[in-house]
Design a protein around this ligand. Sequence first.
Ligand SMILES: [Zn+2]
Length: 85
Amino acid sequence: MNRYLIETPHTEENCRDLVDLVNAAGYLNHFDWGCMAGVHCGWATIEAENEPQARLAVPPLVRGQALVVKIVKFTQSMLNSSHQQ
Ligand SMILES: [Zn+2]
């Protein structure tokens, strides 16, 4: 499994619909939202096989605008090996 960061910018107008759809899809607990601070965007980190599968966590309402990025944690050994090159 790979890990993906999902960023779902949206508008104040479709905010409630989006959150309801995320809830209906079972992903409410995965997302953090900036809406209460006036930044209408949701962020989640989910596990998926690939980018298209990760994107399915985003409701079709804003799926096309979502940013889905494969993310990794750098380990100490990764840092050490890059220093040796
Ligand atoms: Zn919002």
